[in-house]
Design a protein around this ligand. Structure first.
Ligand SMILES: [Mg+2]
Ligand SMILES: [Zn+2]
Length: 254
């Protein structure tokens, strides 16, 4: 059933039950500096500055990786990702975190190979051993025009690119997210697609404020167990059932 399905996950507060940027800041003692600079720097630049601070204190990328491995990832979400992959779904991530954080955590939990693509801010370790984080889009070269999204990343544009790269009529999307940055890609979804917003989080609130704007079918979730059961149920749902009316060909939709 999953072979025609692309499942797209946000990362922070969706796959992990924390915000990875804020987790590292808090765990490695940077909260004071973070609060001082929060209003003066764009988010990605702020995170790059945090990495500079850690490097100046002698904190290595191994320390940062060890810290990331302590972030909480619910067992049901691990199992949901493995099951969706085993069912033949194509799994991708679109996240405003960075490649180092996401790769470290997914590899730690044995999930890295389940994903065919991770769209996020690039992070590289430079020759001095410092982690450098840069924007997904270099706004000086190619600013996007979306007023829903931060300058460094428009997740809706990524959805458009993914959809354009896939054979027509072959794919339906399930989008799982929580944040306000997940609203733009939600608006790109079509009637046969599904969006799974985390209940009482900003994406869910925004969808609820005007549900008519969203074409996709909405299935909220709160816990890891709910995410798993809803996601696997949607994957196993025959795509044709969405459009067939009672009586057509004697087929009753579920
Ligand atoms: Mg998120
Ligand atoms: Zn956007």
């Amino acid at each position: 059933m999953g072979a025609n399905t692309v499942v797209i996950f946000d990362f922070d507060q969706t796959i992990i039950d924390d915000d990875s940027d804020r987790w590292v800041v808090a765990e490695l003692g940077l909260t004071h500096l973070f609060n001082q600079l929060r209003q003066t720097l764009p988010w990605t630049s702020l995170m790059d500055r945090m990495m500079e601070e850690l490097h100046s204190q002698g904190i290595t990328t191994t320390h940062i990786a060890d810290c990331l491995k302590r972030a909480t990832l619910h067992p049901s979400i691990i199992s949901a990702i493995k099951s969706a992959h085993a069912l033949g779904c194509e799994l991708r991530i679109i996240s405003d975190a960075n490649t180092f954080y996401i790769e470290t955590i997914l590899k730690h939990y044995g999930l890295w190979d389940c994903f065919s693509e991770v769209n996020t801010n690039p992070a590289v370790v430079d020759e001095k051993g410092r982690l450098r984080i840069s924007p997904f889009y270099d706004s000086t070269l190619s600013p996007h025009c979306c007023n829903l999204c931060p300058h460094n990343m428009c997740k809706g544009l990524v959805i458009d690119r993914i959809r354009g790269s896939l054979p027509e009529n072959k794919r339906r999307f399930i989008y799982v997210g929580d944040g306000i940055g997940d609203y733009c890609p939600t608006l790109k979804l079509k009637g046969d697609d599904f969006v799974m917003p985390r209940k009482d989080y900003p994406l869910w609130n925004r969808i609820c404020s005007d549900p008519k704007l969203v074409n996709a079918k909405v299935h909220e979730w709160s816990s890891g167990e709910e995410l798993k059961s809803i996601l696997l149920n949607l994957i196993n749902k025959p795509a044709i059932a969405q459009d067939v009316k009672v009586g057509d060909n004697g087929y009753t939709p579920i």
